[in-house]
Ligand binder design. Structure first.
Ligand SMILES: Cc1ncc(COP(=O)(O)O)c(C=O)c1O
Length: 397
């Protein structure tokens, strides 16, 4: 057998405007090259504590326990479900998209009785339907929802879910993978008991960590479990002894370069100001939406329930999805997302997340669409997208 020494590592600097990862600031990438420290080095513990404090601020919780799970967003999802549910518990899951379905799938694998509230993809959940589903059960342990459904671009309002969970003494678990950094999450105000996010979307770091927050109620529920969580690696009781308190106990080797990246990304978010950051996502997303509509494209989600960091747009009849996205990638160096699940081949998902959310990126994407759409069989009015988006941006100044 001949030995391969591998290919030269030379990935192109792509403009990432899909469903994540988004582009990352050079400052964050530079932080990842800082010297490694031991997993219990006092200087590393200081950085861990600082990350936990900044996470409390971005999640909007004073009392909660915050830390990043070592793993991507799905690890944060699995950690929450595996620690809060025991076999035989009932979970009501809002399934209005691909990631709602993932929540239900994991809860089912854990041996929970899953009551799915299947909503229409592209709309928030019908609260009456959720209320009915909860009331119909003798005891609901957990209500689970996705705040920002990346597969459709829908924002799920949370306030009523928090109230419903309290009324029925249920825990509320929320996926904030795509919302954290672009929308208010407000863990304490809403009454969220467990939430998880991911570093690669609107927070502005590479993929690899799942920032989480737990309420005191969630910690109490974990302490009262009658069985150990099936997972040792994602056992939050054990992880807490590593991430909190005076006497730290080794659990696993923290990916410190990723912790540095998250630290720097959070610092950048606070330097910008959270409100300014949310406004930036809104402004650029709104301009993109305006421009796409001016090109004659149909948006999936009306403005009343849309996310500005990810916009789903119907693929016009006759356009070959893969051929179009390949042309964008090869000729314009831009990645956009395809559809997931039932939307595969039916929608494109355009992200303006974190570092990628700039007016220049929105305008560049629109100009690329203006050039490419006619070549792929869709007559878009020349110049209309960029002009409309520019006007929308100017109006917001
Ligand atoms: C809403 C949502 N939840 C969960 C995930 C899973 O995160 P990851 O791919 O980082 O495991 C994603 C990923 O795109 C997501 O968008």
């Amino acid at each position: 057998m001949t030995t391969s020494i591998g290919i030269e590592l030379n990935p192109p600097a792509r403009l990432l405007m899909g469903a994540g990862p988004a582009n990352v600031s050079p400052r964050v990438l530079r932080a990842m090259t800082a010297p490694l420290l031991g997993y219990l080095d006092p200087d590393f513990v200081k950085i861990m504590d600082d990350v936990a404090v900044m996470l409390r601020q971005v999640f909007g919780t004073k009392e909660g326990f915050t830390f990043p799970v070592s793993g991507t967003g799905s690890a944060g999802m699995e950690a929450g479900l595996a620690n809060l549910l025991e076999p035989g518990d009932t979970a009501v899951v809002l399934e209005g998209g691909f990631f709602g379905e993932r929540l239900a799938e994991i809860a089912g694998r854990l041996g929970a009785t899953v009551i799915s509230v299947k909503g229409q993809w592209g709309a928030p959940a019908d609260l009456d339907q959720v209320r009915k589903a909860v009331k119909a059960q003798p005891k609901v342990k957990l209500i689970a929802a996705v705040h920002a459904e990346t597969s459709t671009g829908v924002l799920q309002p949370l306030k009523e879910l928090g109230q419903l969970a309290r009324e029925h003494d249920a825990l509320l678990l929320v996926d904030t993978v795509t919302s954290l950094g672009a929308n208010h999450v407000d863990v304490d105000a809403v009454g969220i008991d467990y939430t998880f996010s991911a570093t690669q979307k609107c927070i502005g770091a590479p993929p690899g960590l799942a920032p989480c927050a737990l309420s005191p109620r969630a910690m109490e529920a974990i302490a009262k479990r009658t069985t150990k969580p099936y997972t040792w690696y994602l056992d939050i009781g054990l992880l807490r002894r590593y991430w909190e308190g005076g006497q730290r106990v080794y659990h696993h080797t923290a990916p410190m370069s990723m912790v540095y990246a998250l630290h720097e990304a959070l610092r950048m978010a606070f330097e910008e100001g959270l409100e300014n950051r949310y406004a930036r996502h809104r402004r650029n997303g709104r301009a993109l939406r305006t421009g796409l509509e001016a090109l004659g494209l149909k948006l999936l989600v009306p403005e009343s329930s849309c996310l500005y960091q990810i916009t789903a747009v119907h693929i016009p009849a006759g356009i070959d999805d893969m051929a179009f996205r390949t042309a964008l990638l090869r000729q314009y160096n831009v990645e956009i997302g395809g559809g997931l699940g039932q939307f595969r081949g039916k929608v494109w998902r355009i992200g303006l997340m974190g570092e990628s959310s700039t007016a220049a990126n929105a305008l560049y994407l629109l100009s690329a669409f203006e050039a490419l759409l006619p070549r792929h069989g869709f007559e878009a009015p020349a110049g209309a997208g960029v002009a409309a988006a520019s006007r929308a941006l100017a109006a917001e100044k």
